[in-house]
Design a protein around this ligand. Sequence first.
Ligand SMILES: [Ca+2]
Ligand SMILES: [Ca+2]
Length: 468
Amino acid sequence: MSSGGAATTTPGAPSERGDRPNVLFLSVDDLNDWVGFLGGNAGAVTPNMDALRQRSLSFSNAYCAAPICLASRTSTLFGAMPSDSGVFDHSEESRAVARTMVKELPSLPMEFRSQGYVAAGAGKVFHGSAADHWDRSLPVEQYAPAFARSREEFQPPSYDPDWASPYDGEPIGDGVGRGFGLGSQIDFGPSGAAVEPDSVTADWTIEQLKAGFAAPFFLAYGSYIPHLPWRVPQRFFDLHPLDSVQVPEVRSDDLEDLPDAALEMIDKQRILVTLQDNDILRHAVQGYLAAISYADFEIGRVLDALASSPYADTTVIALWSDHGFHLGEKLHIRKFALWERATRVPLLLHVPGRFASPQTFDPPVSLIDLGPTLADACGFELRPEHRGRSLLPLVESPDSADGRPAVMTWLDGNHAVRRGDWRYIRYADGSTELYDRATDPDEFANLSGDDAFGDVIAELDAFLPAGP
Ligand SMILES: [Ca+2]
Ligand SMILES: [Ca+2]
């Protein structure tokens, strides 16, 4: 890389483009806080992510903008909150807006390209195709064989006969069949696949590092796992013997203090009592933990390849997940809710030479700030329309924190805010929830009906988009 580009660089940035750090962007799908370094489930086995955490800054209270793939990823990659863009869910309306954004707006990798970076990506980074946003990418078609093999060669697990029956679509209890009454959407067990999709992605990513880059790079690895189905090689199930699996605490009366708007979000999943009777929940938790361990394994392969590459000491590493996941909490399964377990995500940032590590930043932050933070670490700013802001000044001078909280949205008009120890939720119909996470980390006790918290609620409510 030639020198002489000082006139176009940001003040304080490396004076030559060739000095700019690279970025390894690790996106994980549907990974909640069940990783070793966040402690969401004591049984999590994630040695590679934990090792990355040891040389990273960990945002211990990081939140998605929305608890669903498309809305979260659109927000993170394009810098617009759901209430700004109108991308709330997977409805046709949201998809249409997102398609327009992909077509017309510069995404995070495109903004890096405009700074002279090579952008390369594979796997689930965007939700849907955005082929034009990469200089190099692995065509989606190349995953198809791996997915096909996963499904066709899937072997039912060798559980007891009563348990195996859900895979045949036969009910095994009142309202419980394959997929917890959710059709084929909940599905897990040892994979009989010859090739796992994420293995294809990891191989391609490793090949890019081996082939090398002629310019600074933004290299994205998008893990499909632990999104359902949780079909991963048997050895990852073996890491989580059933008798050691820890199921989240579920209180049968937990829903009694929730407004109707909250209950409507979880209505279809209120079969959990039956699931618990059948101990199916324990199997599901095992499947999710196994899937997380497999995701960690492939991420570890990519990190090892970076470590043994010429870019080991000059690459910023970001690891994030698009949202969380419930497995019984609030008698709820999957994401699609505004509580902690559906919205808290791992967020790690390794910036060579910039931070003492490991380091932890505890105030709540939003994933919308990830892009500006990465740009800052590389010496430039994203376009001014981006609604995020770099977190680096806050980390380096915590006293400068302006108190901006993390806001999250599920469907049109339902919002939550995390600030300090509080979680406050306001639904579209005006009903509310308030939790004090210092004394109630599982969010069992809704305090919003208590007049003693009126001032707290008023303060938190001011951070949310205006009501309908
Ligand atoms: Ca997702
Ligand atoms: Ca409750």
